[in-house]
Design a protein around this ligand. Structure first.
Ligand SMILES: [Zn+2]
Length: 133
């Protein structure tokens, strides 16, 4: 068992298993867990504002920051990470932001290479790489 990416219940600290829905109800205390991405609603609003005012590159930078967070040990919010990735790709393609798209590709290559959720050594290596970015 590799439980590097654990998600805990906000109420009773129950640790969700690998195949349990950490965005549903806690099997222990029944409390509804926050929806995927709900921890970043303020930033998402900011991204929308930036995009609407034509500051797409800044919007993408902010979305990338969220993406780094969403795949880290603390959050591990994978559905949100995939949504963000789609959003970033769309914005980059629309605005032809090639350097940011390669940043995105590099991150996913690393995630796949590390098989995130794998052993601790790889996770530590990933965190080190992320902090150096
Ligand atoms: Zn609970």
């Amino acid at each position: 068992m590799n439980n590097v990416y654990t998600v805990q219940c906000i109420e009773c600290n129950y640790i969700f298993g690998d195949f349990e829905d950490e965005f549903g109800k806690c099997p222990e205390c029944g409390v509804q867990q926050p929806a995927s991405g709900s921890w970043a609603s303020k930033e998402l609003e900011q991204i929308e504002i930036l995009t609407a005012s034509g500051k797409v590159s800044e919007a993408v930078d902010l979305a990338m920051e969220l993406l780094y967070k969403s795949v880290d040990v603390e959050y591990g919010d994978w559905p949100f990470a995939h949504n963000l990735t789609n959003m970033i790709r769309e914005l980059c393609e629309k605005e032809n932001l090639t350097s940011q798209i390669s940043q995105l590709d590099a991150l996913w290559k690393l995630i796949e290479a590390n098989q995130m959720g794998g052993d601790r050594e790889r996770t530590v290596a990933y965190e080190k790489w992320r902090n150096s970015q």
